[in-house]
Structure formats: structure tokens, C-alpha cells
Ligand binder design. Structure first.
Ligand code: AMP
Length: 400
């Protein structure tokens, strides 16, 4: 349990202290202009709390993949400028990460002032989690706050290594991830329903087995369902098949039975003669039972009966965790299964959690995000969370 019970910024005294905060300002840029500032907006509560409580705030982030080299294309200056606009105050931008400018600016920070270091990935030591680099960063501050969930599954100098040298706590973003998703997995209100979709079984092996142990019902849709259906002896035509994972699927089916867990798979599918090209282009589909998929057709979305079956399972749940689309949701004709799940989750009073990546994007695009208890901000990080792994960027924080 302790990994879900971490200290947050509110649990420590920050007044007058230099606080180095790992944020995720890896925002999309086009010609030096930020095209989507939601990651900066998401970090505001933690930054504002620190400013209001008179901390001296030093922000650190990565941006893109500069591969350990200084590269102005990946500068954090546009992000700190945008942050300044959002905060309505000046944000000092250092020209380096642990160089003279950063150190001088950090040393002369006033209470309530905010500065931003340059891109941590300008140094190869960042991703190598080099202890000397982590210590140099730590030496500029007195407290470390991690608020970048999207990189919490990586043990880098600014996400984990730095915590070897400073008292470390979470910001509000990580706190929310821990308290909702962590708690749901460790101590869920039951019935607990897990829903998995997406393309490949191979990408989610550990998620499937971990959720099977924790859930009362595990629902599998999307492309990965077809390998399960094949493992049950069904003919799946040209549908996505992870040949090498057939035995694994058989194992999971047996495991569900042994543990007395319900494993729900599609009973019907929307099929087409080929994969849509372009992916959002027009496509002719028909809906058939999963016992009737012709050899030359492929399943690209769950059918209506399956959508109803899955939605009913969601309705009877007290906790629902969902990761991965039910079909090729990029195509409007093949998005209905994914929309049905999103809608069922939006309509229930249960604790509903969408675990990052495509399903989070889908829920937001459909306008359901504010009816979901928690939409996780990290794709890879949330998957590792669902696998039951302890994330290095969370493990390094102080227990309450
Ligand atoms: P993932 O990254 O594993 O979550 O997979 C997401 C991708 O799976 C999306 O781009 C979907 O288009 C794709 N997908 C979902 N269902 C199917 C399916 N039945 N056949 C092929 N691809 C699918």
C-alpha cells in the first residue's frame, strides 16, 4: 500500500525554500509556436500552490528528443513564455540546465518567483540517470517535487535520481494519479471491471494478467480480442492475429476460470473486406456473430450486441478501468464500439478511470472526459501502473 500513500506538496513546508519541480512541458511545437498548451495548463495548480506559499520555484522538464545535445529547436523558452502568460507573472528562463546561468538564477530567486531550466535532455546524463548530474540539479534546490506522471515510469535524473539528494514529494497531478488509479488497483470498490482493447496482445501481456487477478470481470475488445477468439477455436478470417500469443491467451482463459473471474470477449463484430485506407476513409462493413467471420474478411470493431454486453458490465460495476479502443476508432464507421464504452462509463456513478493513450484521447474527443472520474495523463506510465509495477518516479517519493 505504501507506494500509493505518498507525501504531496501540501504535506511539507515550502515557504522560502527552493523547490525544484519536474513538470511535463513536452508540448507540441510548430515553427516555435505551441500548438497545444494543455500540459502547461495541467501543471498550474502545483506551480500556483508553490507561488502562493512563497516557495522559490525552479521548473525542470524535457522537450522532444534532443539526444543529449544542446539544440535550440528543443528549447523550453516557448513553454516558459506561455507559462508566464498563464500565471500572469514573469517566468525566468535559464539558458542552460546545470550551468552558470541556471545556478545564478536559482541562487538569486525571490520568494514566489518562478524560473525554468533548459531542456534536461540537452544532457545525455538525464536519461542515463547519472548520479553526478542528479546531484548538480539537486544542489540548486532544497526540495524535489515530481509532477510529471507521463515520465514517472522512467528512472531518469530529473524523475527519480534527484530524489536521492533531496526530500521528495508529489505535485497535484501525480497525487491525483496515485490517489485514484493507485487506490482503485490496490483496494477497489467491487465489482471491479477492467476493459482492455487496442491492437496487440503482445503489448499488454502483463496488463492482462495483472488485471485478471485484480478485477471481477475482465473485458477484452479491439484487435487483441481476435487472438483470444482464435485461441478459443474460432475462425477469425483476416482479423488481427498475434500468432505467437495464442498459447498465452489460452493460459489467460484458463487462469480466469481457475480464479473464478469473468472474461468477456466479443460475441459479434463489424467486419470489412480490408483495413480502411486512408484510416478514416469510407468503408463498407457488416455485423456478424464471431462464429461467422468469413475467411476473407476482418473484424474492425465490436458489434452492437457486444457493445450492449460490455456496457451492461460497466453499468453493474463500482469501479471501471479502461485502456485501449474497441475498434479502429480513427474511422467514424468503426468508432461506435469505442463510443459505446465511453458513453457507458460517462453515464455510470461508478469510479471510472481511463488509462492514457488512445482511449484517453477518444474520451476527450467525444466530450466525455469531464464525466469520467479520472483520465490518466500518461500513456506508458499508466500502462505500467496497470501492470502493477512500481513506477520509479513515484517510488522515490516520501511515504506519508
Ligand atoms: P494500442 O496502441 O495498442 O492501444 O492500439 C490502438 C490501435 O488499435 C488503434 O490505432 C486502433 O485503430 C487499433 N485497433 C483497434 N481495434 C482494431 C482491430 N479490430 N483491428 C485492427 N486494429 C485495431
Amino acid at each position: 500500500m505504501s507506494s500509493y500513500n505518498k507525501k504531496c506538496v501540501e504535506d511539507i513546508d515550502v515557504k522560502g525554500k527552493k523547490v525544484i519541480v519536474r513538470v511535463d512541458f513536452n508540448v507540441p511545437l510548430k515553427d516555435g509556436v505551441i500548438t497545444d498548451d494543455k500540459r502547461i495548463v495541467a501543471a498550474l495548480p502545483t506551480i500556483k500552490y508553490l507561488v502562493d506559499n512563497k516557495a522559490k520555484v525552479i521548473l525542470v522538464s524535457h522537450m522532444g528528443k534532443p539526444k543529449g545535445q544542446v539544440n535550440p529547436k528543443f528549447s523550453l523558452a516557448p513553454a516558459s513564455k506561455r507559462l508566464g502568460e498563464l500565471l500572469g507573472m514573469e517566468v525566468l528562463q535559464a539558458t542552460d540546465v546545470v550551468g552558470e546561468d541556471a545556478k545564478a538564477k536559482a541562487a538569486s530567486l525571490q520568494e514566489g518567483q518562478v524560473m525554468m531550466l533548459e531542456n534536461a535532455r540537452f544532457h545525455a546524463e538525464e536519461e542515463k540517470n547519472d548520479p553526478a548530474f542528479a546531484k548538480e540539479l539537486a544542489d540548486m534546490a532544497e526540495i524535489f517535487v515530481n509532477d510529471a506522471f507521463g515520465t514517472a515510469h522512467r528512472a531518469h535524473a530529473t524523475t527519480a535520481g534527484i530524489a536521492d539528494y533531496l526530500p521528495a514529494v508529489s505535485g497535484y497531478l501525480i497525487q491525483k494519479e496515485i490517489s485514484i488509479m493507485g487506490k482503485a488497483l490496490a483496494n477497489p470498490e467491487r465489482p471491479f471491471v477492467g476493459i482492455l482493447g487496442g491492437a496487440k496482445v503482445a503489448d499488454k501481456l502483463n496488463v492482462i494478467s495483472n488485471l485478471l487477478e485484480k478485477c471481477d470481470t475482465l473485458i477484452i475488445g479491439g484487435g487483441m480480442a481476435y487472438t483470444f477468439l482464435k485461441a478459443m477455436g474460432k475462425e477469425i478470417g483476416e482479423s488481427l492475429l498475434d500468432d505467437s500469443k495464442l498459447d498465452y491467451c489460452k493460459e489467460m482463459i484458463a487462469k480466469a476460470e481457475k480464479l473464478g473471474k469473468k472474461l468477456l470477449l466479443p460475441i459479434d463484430a463489424k467486419i470489412a473486406a480490408s483495413f480502411p485506407d486512408p484510416i478514416d476513409g469510407p468503408i463498407e462493413v457488416k455485423c456478424v456473430s464471431v462464429d461467422e467471420i468469413p475467411a476473407d474478411m476482418q473484424g474492425l470493431d465490436i458489434g452492437c450486441k457486444t457493445a450492449e454486453l460490455f456496457a451492461n458490465a460497466v453499468k453493474s460495476a463500482k469501479t471501471v478501468v479502461w485502456n485501449g479502443p474497441m475498434g479502429v476508432f480513427e474511422n467514424p464507421t468503426l468508432a461506435e464500439g469505442t463510443i459505446a464504452i465511453a458513453k457507458a462509463m460517462a453515464e455510470t456513478d461508478a469510479i471510472t478511470i481511463v488509462g492514457g493513450g488512445d482511449s484517453a484521447a477518444a474520451v476527450k474527443k467525444m466530450g466525455f472526459a469531464d464525466k469520467i472520474t479520472h483520465v490518466s495523463t500518461g500513456g506508458g506510465a499508466s500502462l505500467e501502473f496497470l501492470e502493477g509495477l512500481v513506477l520509479p518516479g513515484i517510488a522515490c517519493l516520501q511515504d506519508k
